[in-house]
Design a protein around this ligand. Structure first.
Ligand code: ADP
Ligand code: MG
Length: 209
């Protein structure tokens, strides 16, 4: 079961992943954007860590809500409101439960994806973070439905699908966000937001391992 300690460990590992991959995400955004994605994400998750040091959330939902508010105010750019909405919807989906079971976590992933789509209006194949979140949400749901209630299976399925989804953005032509200004020239590069989304969902696995 995913409790508040798992949630805090996940967010801590997200901050670590964003710090370690800051330059990688900057390079991806340099190719098809404005080079700030790594900096935005690193700043945002460092701010989440600072918040967690001040207030200790009592439930997974409270930790996710704190994350949403912090990312919205600190990340900026396109990604800030999108990740903010994703974490806020996930927080609402899990409610005030002390522990989140596999089915509820799969629902939270779907809620996060739906929030990103509602906010950014991107469809699958537009070369955005939606291309990581949609397969992740679908794989999470499938794992929750078929598995014997094993939460690690749901987390692994979502992370692997997000990673494959991020890689699959390489040949796509961007139709949303800053990269869409490049038209055909956006093809041949990985979408930065899809890459950071895959890192976030991989950290969720590591937090449970
Ligand atoms: P900005 O583009 O404002 O510089 P970032 O560089 O932090 O913001 O984030 C860029 C990422 O945001 C993109 O790689 C893409 O994944 C995501 N993104 C941009 N616009 C949208 C959108 N409309 N829907 C979903 N994701 C989007
Ligand atoms: Mg950018």
């Amino acid at each position: 079961m995913l409790d508040v300690n798992w949630t805090i460990k996940w967010l801590t590992l997200c901050a670590q992943a964003m710090a370690e991959n800051r330059l990688y995400l900057i390079e991806l955004d340099r190719a098809i954007g404005d080079s700030d994605h790594g900096e935005n994400m690193d700043r945002g998750f460092q701010a989440v860590l600072e918040k967690l040091a001040e207030v200790r959330p009592e439930t997974p939902g409270a930790a996710l809500k704190l994350t949403a508010m912090t990312l919205m105010s600190k990340v900026g750019g396109a990604a800030g409101p999108l990740y903010g909405t994703a974490f806020l919807r996930a927080s609402t989906a899990v409610g005030d439960a002390a522990e989140v079971d596999p089915a509820a976590w799969a629902k939270a992933l779907v809620a996060a994806r739906d929030g990103i789509v509602a906010r950014g209006k991107a469809e699958s194949g537009d070369k955005t973070m939606v291309d990581a979140w949609t397969p992740a949400a679908e794989a999470g749901q499938a794992a929750a439905a078929h598995g014997a209630g094993n939460v690690l299976e749901v987390l692994v399925a979502a992370a692997e699908a997000a990673e494959a989804g991020a890689i699959a953005t390489d040949p796509l032509v961007a139709r949303k966000g800053r990269a869409s200004y490049l038209g055909e020239r956006s093809a041949g590069h990985r979408d930065p937001g899809a890459a950071s989304s895959a890192l976030i969902l991989r950290a969720a696995v590591e937090a449970a391992a």
